[in-house]
Design a protein around this ligand. Structure first.
Ligand SMILES: Cc1cc2nc3c(=O)[nH]c(=O)nc-3n(C[C@H](O)[C@H](O)[C@H](O)COP(=O)(O)O)c2cc1C
Length: 174
């Protein structure tokens, strides 16, 4: 899939079918995370893959804003080193790359950040020095999804040219 097309059509998926995601897709997702650039190339992150049904259920129970992950085929917990400057940006970039790699193969994804931290750490042996930055659930979408549903503010409100406040328009492009 063309990169811009992938970005434009990818939406958050929170309802998944029972169909299993093949190993090669999971492998591509983790490879996308590995290949993402991090602050000073520190690669401080760790990616915890959960693919057993009971583990994904436990993950759901340990969440405060991602209960829907119970229906995912697998999930990845993104852990970062909070001592690294920009670690949250690093997490976000790895998440997006994983999401796009999955989307490229027709697999939907949803991110969540709300967790019952102590429970999650205990359940999955997460070291205290690592921050739980995000969790992503993966699976084939239950319903056909369309990028047309995306709700986004127009660029004329988001982007400025030369000076803050000078609204962007297509005519501003040189
Ligand atoms: C940093 C961050 C945290 C998020 N946390 C949650 C969350 O806890 N639970 C959830 O269901 N979605 C979460 N989302 C997903 C957003 O709701 C989603 O990106 C936004 O609504 C746009 O969705 P769309 O691309 O499908 O239009 C989070 C997204 C980001 C970037």
């Amino acid at each position: 899939m063309d990169t811009l097309e992938a970005i434009k059509t990818k939406i958050e998926v929170r309802q998944f079918s029972d169909k299993s995601v093949p190993r090669d897709v999971k492998s591509e997702v983790l490879e996308a995370a590995r290949m993402t650039g991090s602050s000073s190339n520190t690669q401080h992150w760790r990616f915890l893959l959960l693919q057993k049904k009971d583990a994904v259920q436990r993950l759901s129970a340990d969440s405060t804003s991602g209960g829907w992950v119970a229906g995912a085929n697998f999930a990845v917990i993104i852990l970062t080193n909070p001592k690294v400057n920009g670690h949250a940006i690093d997490a976000g970039r790895a998440v997006q790359d994983m999401q796009l790699a999955a989307w490229n193969r027709g697999v939907g994804t949803g991110i969540f950040t709300g967790v019952k931290e102590e429970k999650l750490r205990n359940d999955f042996g997460i070291p205290s020095e690592m921050e739980i930055s995000a969790v992503v659930g993966f699976g084939y979408p239950q319903k056909k999804v369309s990028g047309k549903k995306k709700k986004r503010v127009p660029l004329s409100e988001l982007a400025f040219v030369d000076k803050f406040g000078n609204k962007f328009s297509e005519q501003s492009l040189s």
